[in-house]
Structure formats: C-alpha cells, structure tokens
Design a protein around this ligand. Structure first.
Ligand SMILES: NC(=O)c1ccc[n+]([C@@H]2O[C@H](COP(=O)([O-])OP(=O)(O)OC[C@H]3O[C@@H](n4cnc5c(N)ncnc54)[C@H](O)[C@@H]3O)[C@@H](O)[C@H]2O)c1
Length: 390
C-alpha cells in the first residue's frame, strides 16, 4: 500500500524569506494547512535558531547541513540560506537521497550549477528551484499566449526590469553586496528574469553579451540611514543581449534605481506583437491597479487586450501559487511549470555569462559554462508528479 503520511520538511536558513513564506506553512496556525510537518531547522546564527524554536518546537542545527540530514532524515530540505550556501547544501541533501526545494538563485556560479545538476543526476532524489515569478498570473498568461502561438514564433523579446531605490539600495547593504555571496544582481536578482525569458521562449540561451556598471550606490552616496559598505563590489545597472538556440534574441536590462518597480515586456513574433507591464505595488499602501493588461497585436488583425486581476499576497500572489504547486502533492499540469535543476542552472549561467562578457567584451557561449548539463535526463521526484528536466 502506498505511503500516505505527510511529507517531513526541514528548513535551512531562518531569515526573512523563511519567516515570510515557508515557516508559516507549518504549525497550528499554518496559512496553508496540509503541506506537511516541519521536523528540523538549521541556521548558523544562534539567535535566529532560538527565534524559530521558540515558536516551532523542532530540533535545531547549525550551518553545516550534514548532521541534520543524517539525524533527522527529512523527506524534503527547503534551502533559504544565503545564495552562496545553496550549492553545498543542495549537493549534501541530494547525496543523502533527500529532495530539495531551493530558493533562487540555485547557485552563485555556473560551475556550481553544473555540479548540482550532476549531483541530481546521480541521486534518486530531486531538486526544484523556487522561481516564484513563473507563478505570477500575469506571467502565466504571457506563457499561455506565446505557447498558443498568439504572435507566431517569438523572434525578439525586450524585458526591462527596474527596482525602486529602497529595494535597490538594500542589496548594497546586505550580504548580496559581495559578488562572492550573491553572484551580483545579474545572478541574485536577474536569475528571476533570465528564467522567465528562458521559460517564455521555451528555449535554451546560447550566447550572451552585455555590460554592467555601478552608477547609483557607492560608499560615497550620501547616507540615508546607513552608508553603503566599502566592500560592496556588485553593479547596479545591467544590460544584456541573449541569443537563443532557436534564433530568438532577448534584450534585457535591470536598473536598481527607478521611480517605480517592475517591468515592461514586449515580445515580437512572426505573426504579431505582445506587450505588457508588471508594476509591483508600492510599500506605501498606494493601491495597485486592479488589472494587468496584456496587449496582443496580430499582424493584419485587430489588437486585443487580455485583462488579468492583480492578486494580493507576497509577490502579487505568486508565492502562494508556487507553494501550492511545488509543496502540495501537485497535479501534473501544475508541476510542469516547476523550474528544474537544469532550468535553475541556465538562469544562473546567463547571469555569469553577462559578468564575463562585461569583464572582457566577449560573446560568451552559455553551454561552455555548463559542461554536461544540456544532455542530462532525469527521473521523477518523489514529492511532485512530473519528471526531472530532459
Ligand atoms: N524568491 C524570492 O522572491 C526571494 C525573495 C527573497 C529572498 N530570496 C532568497 O532566499 C534566500 C534567503 O534570503 P533572505 O532574504 O531570507 O536572507 P536572510 O539573510 O534574511 O536569511 C538568511 C538566513 O540564513 C542563515 N544562514 C547563513 N549561513 C547559513 C548556513 N550555512 N546554513 C543555514 N543557515 C545559514 C542566516 O543566519 C539567516 O538567518 C536567498 O537565497 C535569497 O536569494 C528569494
């Protein structure tokens, strides 16, 4: 008889993301009951651990994940530690046969990403990457329209993302400010956007060229509440051109200082054009627009607008939909949207390719950063119903 007990989850990294999105899934006042049981938590900061164990009565472990894996044997490890910790903890879990849901970015380098993909291939366990932006209803509508051929074959995409100053600046104050810890904004932040482009276009990125600069945030910037630390070594303005295997080209930019936050997107296809805009609700309580609009203008036909309700909840409702799809016993249709280890690797590798291109002015071949990844095939994960990446 099939085992029916609820999955046992452990969590590593009890910081902001964990408290906002994952820890409240568990316990008597869980916001999404029925996901499973929290059986252990790890953090390398004792005060963070104490705060968690004061509320969730579970065993606590330090920053080395192996004792937790050995002693507790969870079904799934949720990795919400800082980015540079991901690769080692994912690989430890996979080699212990434990499924993993890791926060984005999967890793901070393409070499680490290739090692993670190889570790998953050797393991009976499986990895999913929490690319929550795939679960925004607006982004799912874009995906559906492109897949339905609403504009024919996509030829060019233009995605321009921007951050409000408070948000952009926060990356220069926290651990993200060190490229060694975050891979720079082109990995820690843009991995969301590179994954969206890869997913929307349904293709693998082949070549990347681009530029990065530091314009807005430096130790000399007049201090607001706190001066930017002198060890910040990441850039805040990015531009990239990404050529896909099928020939489509994506033009991407990120600015970490803008009056508004979100993106503008245009996709030009062989049969028309799709345009939309995603605006993140400001934190000052200003009500967001009630609907997003996706304009589809077919060549030789009347344009039409798809209106999608703006949802409440963290990341405009995307987190709740992602949790439902990834952590509940998912339906095949929902789980097929999940970002696999290979997807996570390509999102990271585009960011690293941008870093390399910016450094030496070359066009960087993405697959050369990910040896062995393109050819890999996988078996199915225990905690979702679709297969690993092909
Ligand atoms: N998907 C999203 O939209 C989204 C949003 C925010 C953060 N994130 C990701 O979530 C992760 C956590 O970000 P955050 O903002 O919560 O950071 P944070 O700094 O608030 O929390 C990280 C926690 O990990 C702990 N930690 C450090 N080293 C550790 C180790 N070796 N083992 C276990 N714990 C360790 C820290 O003490 C801290 O409590 C990052 O990977 C980040 O990129 C994703």
């Amino acid at each position: 008889m099939a085992e029916t007990r609820p999955p046992r989850f452990a969590l590593s990294g009890a910081g902001k993301r964990a408290w906002k999105t994952y820890l409240p899934l568990f316990g008597p006042d869980a916001y999404a009951p029925g996901i499973g049981t929290l059986v252990a938590v790890a953090d390398d900061t004792p005060e963070r651990l104490a705060a968690v164990t004061a509320r969730w009565n579970v065993p606590a472990f330090g920053g080395d994940i192996r004792p937790l894996l050995d002693e507790v044997r969870p079904d799934v490890l949720i990795v919400t530690a800082p980015d540079h910790v991901h690769a080692e903890q994912i690989r430890a879990a996979l080699s212990a046969g434990v499924d993993v849901l890791t926060e984005k970015p999967m890793t901070v380098s393409a070499a680490q990403a290739a090692a993670v993909v190889a570790a998953e291939r050797r393991s009976p366990a499986s990895l999913r990457v929490a690319h929550n932006m795939r679960y925004l209803n607006l982004h799912q509508t874009v995906k559906r329209l492109l897949d339905q051929g609403a504009i024919g074959q996509p030829v060019q995409a233009h995605l321009a993302y921007r951050l409000r100053p408070g948000h952009g600046r926060s990356y220069f104050l926290r651990w993200h400010r060190r490229a060694a810890a975050s891979g720079g904004l082109q990995i820690t932040k843009s991995c969301h956007h590179f994954d969206l482009l890869n997913w929307w276009l349904g293709d693998r990125p082949q070549e990347v060229t681009g530029w990065t600069r530091r314009v807005h945030y430096s130790p000399d910037t007049p201090a607001e509440d706190r001066r930017i630390p002198a060890d910040a070594d990441i850039d805040d303005v990015l531009a990239a051109v990404i050529r896909y295997s099928g020939g489509a080209v994506a033009h991407y930019s990120l600015s970490a200082r803008s009056p508004w936050e979100g993106h503008t997107l245009t996709v030009l296809g062989t049969e028309g054009e799709l345009t939309t805009r995603y605006e993140v609700a400001p934190p000052d309580g200003t009500p967001p627009a009630e609907r997003y609009a996706v304009e589809v203008s077919p060549l030789g036909g009347a344009p039409h607008t798809h209106r999608i309700p703006v949802e409440s909840g963290t990341h405009s409702g995307a987190d709740a939909r992602m949790i439902d799809a990834l952590l509940r016993r998912a339906t095949p249709q929902r789980a097929s949207q999940a970002a696999t280890a290979v997807d996570g690797a390509y999102a990271v590798a585009v960011g690293e390719a941008l870093t390399r291109s910016a450094a030496d002015g070359t066009v960087v071949a993405v697959d050369e950063l990910l040896p062995g990844v393109r050819t890999c095939a996988h078996a199915g994960p225990a905690w979702a119903t679709t297969g690993k990446e092909s």
